[in-house]
Ligand binder design. Structure first.
Ligand SMILES: *Cc1c(COP(=O)(O)O)cnc(C)c1O
Length: 423
């Protein structure tokens, strides 16, 4: 397929796109004189235009009610977090009782490992993907040390084979089976932040649990991006952030999923008053009585201002509908793949695609690796108005997203990269 015919195809897809009007629901950053092409939704999603209305509602209620806003606000703050499970349930494929929005992502990773990483002398290993996000590596290391164990002995990382850019599913499964009875926890990023590889979470869950391990996922790059069925897959736990694909603003509130089979068990957990049974939380009595859902893991009362932005964004997701978003994501991704295949035949050897080309192993993100000259290409792309991101040692990450990117932005990018590689 030529670049010209791809551009024609993009125009037609844009014209027929049932989600086209959603682009106007977002603030698109501009450089002097022009709007940019924003391909960094994997890092910080753009701001929905309804955010000020939602945040102002809480500011106004605070001004009007003071402390009584906890009960008198339009969305009473005491139960503000209860707005989220019904909105997140279709995004995560989870029961409402399995979801609670709270804290920040790395904090939640720790809280979840308190409950779900319970090493014994025999069963103590954590298995993760090689090149897991730094914060996840630090969290796992410190949890292992916290139990008096040695990270080198306890953390198993599975890497791509030599000369390959992403991890073979079978290699992950084999490593799980090999760790066998020593395996306490499998903790994998559902979509890897660096390569954009989407893992088969259902199969990883099955394999880990078959060895008697607990299986959890960091969905920072998966939530709001790829299709998830956490409940049906039987995943034990998961956590994510809301500021990447979920467009809820810098440092936005995180959330966790805890499978219902773990509710009302005697799993150890760190406790706070917000996890206490609601009807008599304000008795402030001694002795913790947990809420019988994922909410039991809450510690603190809700950060309402940050949650208001999350609420605004999730209303946009609700209107767009996950089925339409997934369909458009796959179409955007397929267009990107077709363009890159064409570029590879025109400029063989100039760059490598780190992300799997197969649609079921990828979400919005594509990672390109340049063994030399990558930084120049990146700078030129920025100059041409493409906001993408740079990771040492030579990686450009791009993530066209279905809510606000156009098909023609993908083909414009491909044409621009073609010109830069010719020069
Ligand atoms: C973005 C990201 C983080 C960031 O953690 P915060 O606690 O939100 O700062 C952690 N892990 C992964 C996999 C990420 O992609």
């Amino acid at each position: 397929m030529t670049l010209l015919s791809l551009s024609e195809q993009a125009k037609q897809l844009d014209q027929a796109d049932p989600l086209a009007s959603f682009r106007d629901r977002f603030h698109i950053p501009a450089q002097p004189g022009r709007a940019v092409t924003y391909f960094t939704g994997n890092s910080l999603g753009l701001m929905p235009k309804n955010v000020p209305e939602y945040v102002n509602q809480e500011l106004n209620d605070w001004a009007q009610w003071g402390v009584e806003g906890h009960f008198q606000a339009k969305h009473p703050w005491v139960s503000y977090h209860e707005l989220f499970p019904s909105l997140l349930s279709p995004i995560l494929g989870a029961l409402e009782s399995e979801i609670v929005v709270m804290n920040q992502l790395t904090v939640n990773l720790h809280l979840l490992m308190v409950s779900f990483y319970r090493p014994t002398t025999k069963r103590f290993k954590i298995l993760c993907e090689g090149r897991a996000f730094s914060s996840d590596q630090y969290a796992m290391e410190s949890q292992v040390r916290f139990h008096g164990l040695d990270p080198d002995q306890s953390i198993v990382e599975v890497f791509p084979r030599d000369g390959e850019s992403f991890i073979r599913k079978q290699d992950l499964i084999d490593a799980i089976n090999q760790a066998g009875e020593q395996l306490a926890l499998v903790l994998v990023g559902g979509v890897n932040y660096y390569t954009g590889q989407l893992f088969d979470m259902q199969e990883i869950t099955r394999a880990g649990q078959a060895q008697g391990a607990v299986v959890g996922f960091d969905l920072a790059h998966a939530a709001g991006n790829v299709s998830l069925q956490l409940h049906d897959w039987g995943v034990d736990f998961a956590t994510w952030c809301s500021y990447k694909y979920l467009n809820s603003g810098p440092g936005g509130v995180s959330g966790v999923f805890i499978h219902e089979r773990h509710h009302e068990t005697d799993l150890p957990r760190f406790q706070g008053w917000w996890g206490y049974q609601k009807q008599d939380r304000f008795q402030m009595a001694k002795g913790f009585v947990p809420i019988p859902t994922a909410e039991a893991w809450q510690l603190s009362n809700a950060p309402v201002l940050s949650m208001a932005a999350h609420h605004a964004s999730l209303r946009v997701f609700q209107e767009a509908g996950m089925d339409r978003l997934h369909l458009k994501r796959e179409q955007l991704s397929a267009l990107m793949i077709d363009g890159l295949i064409e570029l590879q035949s025109l400029h063989s050897g100039k760059f490598e695609v780190l992300t799997p080309m197969e649609i079921r192993q990828r979400g919005c993100q594509t990672s390109l690796y340049f063994s030399k000259g990558g930084r120049d290409v990146y700078n030129q792309l920025e100059k041409a108005g493409f906001v993408c991101d740079w990771r040492e040692p030579g990686v450009i990450r791009l993530a066209p997203v279905p809510l606000y990117n156009l098909f023609s932005e993908v083909t414009d990018f491909i044409c621009c990269l073609d010109k830069l590689l010719k020069a």
